[in-house]
Design a protein. Structure first.
Length: 335
């Protein structure tokens, strides 16, 4: 297990570093062995509560290096609010064709799906939303023909910066993105911007406005209309010097003149502080959704079975907070 930083380019010409946890061969083999063992649990159905319980137990038996890196990141996600675990097992030689269907998910314990959920269990508890990707705990992020300009995970145009499910009261604490296959030109980049690097760029007036509940964020069409309309919320909450961050620049609007102006200044600062990370197969990017927004650069899919393919999962530190949204204390939020 080796640690290190990966230098990534900021849009304004600076460089920043995202911590990297590099898995050695024995570490990757251990994760792969655990994944194969989990294929025999509950018929390999990763959404089954019994399977998740087994994955939670199995996480404790993984090599200490990756467990320490995840534990440290959970305590403090740093200036970038992101971590890359490099060298996750994906078994490229037997990897299937990239899915092309809208709503594609992984219901069975492949090496990649099991590995992803093992890490999700190390961060907290995995979870999903019934209205999104049918509530699957492991979701395919792939381009879909006809969705090229869509602002969502099936598009291939530039994806606007956003907190994951910014509209929702119970947003995931972490977004996990495992690269199974790069796009053909290897140019599609995960864009990241952390409030810890954005905050010094904001004026005092804008900071004050962002801490007021004068913003509303619409739910995406897949979630349906929010009862009573989008609730008002602040973009920044918590400690003034290290706040939590909640915004979706495609769906959040200011409800006052000051709020609208603050949102515009924030958008500029997010772009200035942004950096881009091009993931390679076996790279697992973990985004702290509380402090870092993410997006994606544009790329050109070919729909030939070899397009860019990520698998995504969410993790919640305190899943108890959403208990009234999860029937039978399961892992899927139904509202």
């Amino acid at each position: 297990m080796n640690g290190g930083d990966v230098a990534v380019q900021r849009s304004v010409g600076e460089t920043v570093s995202v911590p990297v946890c590099k898995l050695g061969g024995e570490d990757a083999s251990s994760i792969a062995a655990s994944a194969h063992g989990l294929m025999r649990v509950e018929q390999g159905l990763v959404d089954h509560p019994g399977w998740v319980a087994a994955a939670r137990t199995q996480w404790e038996d993984l090599p200490g290096g990756i467990r320490r890196s995840i534990r440290d990141f959970r305590r403090d996600s740093g200036r970038s609010g992101a971590l890359v675990v490099r060298g996750m097992p994906i078994e490229s030689a037997t990897l299937a064709a990239t899915p092309q269907a809208e709503g594609s998910v992984e219901r069975h314990a492949t090496v990649t799906a099991a590995g992803l959920l093992l890490v999700a269990c190390g961060l907290g508890e995995p979870g999903a939303f019934q209205a999104e990707k049918s509530g699957a705990l492991v979701q395919d992020i792939v381009p879909v023909r006809g969705h090229e300009e869509f602002q969502g995970n099936t598009g291939s145009t530039t994806l606007t910066f956003h907190s994951e499910n910014a509209f929702h009261e119970h947003r995931p604490d972490y977004v996990l993105l495992l690269c199974l296959r790069s796009d053909h030109e290897a140019i599609a980049g995960l864009r990241l911007s952390c409030i810890r690097t954005i905050l010094p760029r904001l004026s005092s007036r804008t900071k004050d406005a962002l801490f007021r509940a004068e913003f509303a964020t619409n739910a995406p069409p897949s979630f349906g209309a929010t009862e009573g309309g989008a609730p008002e919320h602040a973009v920044l909450t918590g400690a003034p010097d290290d706040p939590d961050f909640r915004v979706d620049f495609a769906a959040t609007r200011g409800l006052s003149t000051d709020a609208a102006q603050a949102l515009a200044e924030l958008s500029d600062a997010v772009d200035e502080a942004a950096h881009t990370l091009v993931l390679s197969p076996g790279d697992l990017a973990i985004v702290d959704n509380r402090v870092t927004v993410h997006g994606r650069t544009a790329f050109r899919p070919r729909y030939d079975g070899r397009d860019r393919w990520l698998q995504r999962s969410f993790s919640f530190i305190d899943i108890r907070r959403s208990r009234d949204h999860r029937p039978s204390d399961g892992y899927v939020l139904v509202k």
